[in-house]
Design a protein around this ligand. Structure first.
Ligand SMILES: [Zn+2]
Length: 83
């Protein structure tokens, strides 16, 4: 068993594989992921910062999806953004 800490509620929980979201929060997680997917369909070349701002979600959440391999977003291009 693995000891994990939930990304959303910070609760410690155990699971057979490494996970970053507990069962209670996985529904939130799926909804959030669905919104990001929809955003990327509209704006395919977005990076994490643009997604975060466009959807008003924390950038750490976007980066976590990328780290988990669920999202294929242009990575490491933050410094090239003109703001
Ligand atoms: Zn949780």
């Amino acid at each position: 068993m693995k000891q994990n800490r939930c990304h959303y509620c910070r609760k410690l929980f155990q699971s057979a594989t490494e996970r970053s979201v507990c069962d209670t929060c996985s529904a939130i997680d799926d909804i959030l992921f669905g919104r990001i997917e929809a955003y990327l369909k509209k704006y395919p070349n977005s990076n994490a910062l643009q997604i975060s701002e466009g959807l008003d979600i924390p950038i750490v959440s976007v980066i976590r999806y990328m780290d988990e391999g669920r999202l294929m977003v242009a990575k490491g291009r933050f410094e090239r953004l003109n703001r």
